[in-house]
Design a protein around this ligand. Structure first.
Ligand SMILES: C[S@@+](CC[C@H](N)C(=O)[O-])C[C@H]1O[C@@H](n2cnc3c(N)ncnc32)[C@H](O)[C@@H]1O
Length: 197
């Protein structure tokens, strides 16, 4: 068994034991441990929330706050502080639907959005950047000044330009590779804090 497969199996087993919907939870837990993005009473938007691993972590961290999960796939949740919006982020009315469900501007925007992987690295990278750009388009209306974002990105030719461009709107930018993310995967997480608005 390759090391990355062993790692994936380890986190899948752990998720089952600890009652998380997906092994993806551990990526957010590890990022949260290091960067402290989510705080009690925060309002959080979780783009690409299915099947719900990040929702469960965010729900615990915000307590009396609110988490809005968005995905094109339906997600069922029993979590009292979580509301789900089933939409494609590229729908023309996506922003108005998000604004309608959002109680106030979010303190934190998470995005683990990922395209269907074609296996052609350049194509997948470009599609991933398109998803990230879509989330960035929404920010002025959905993210509070001083807020934070966490974005899944794929390594590739457009990444540097994207990071530089988005970085201009934040006081702090870093790139994280949590241990739960497979070493063989080109996925990275962009951590941005202190939104300048
Ligand atoms: C890696 S999964 C997210 C895993 C999730 N963070 C968790 O912890 O369970 C990526 C998600 O992005 C969603 N997605 C991809 N493109 C989308 C789009 N255009 N609009 C809405 N959701 C999309 C997929 O349906 C998928 O559920």
């Amino acid at each position: 068994m390759r090391l990355s497969e062993a790692k994936r199996d380890h986190y899948r087993k752990l998720a089952k034991e600890e009652g998380y919907s997906s092994r993806a939870s551990y990526k957010l837990i590890q990022i949260q441990t290091k960067y402290r993005m989510l705080r009690p009473n925060n309002c959080v938007i979780d783009f690409g929330c299915a099947p719900g691993g990040w929702l469960e972590v965010a729900s615990k961290e915000v307590g009396d706050g609110r988490v809005i999960g968005i995905d094109k796939k339906p997600v069922k949740t029993q979590l009292e502080n979580v509301k789900i919006l089933t939409i494609d982020v590229f729908d023309s009315d996506a922003e108005s639907k998000i604004l309608a469900i959002l109680p106030r501007k979010a303190d934190v925007v998470l995005s683990d959005l990922a395209p269907n992987i074609s296996g052609v690295w350049e194509v997948d990278h470009a599609k991933q950047i398109d998803l990230c750009r879509r989330v960035i388009e929404f920010l002025p209306r959905i993210l509070t000044r001083g807020g934070s974002i966490l974005l899944k990105v794929f390594e590739g030719p457009h990444l540097k330009e994207f990071v530089n461009q988005v970085g201009k709107s934040f006081g702090y930018v870093n790139i994280a590779k949590p241990p739960a993310s497979r070493t063989a995967s080109s996925e990275l997480y962009m951590v941005c804090k202190n939104y300048l608005g």
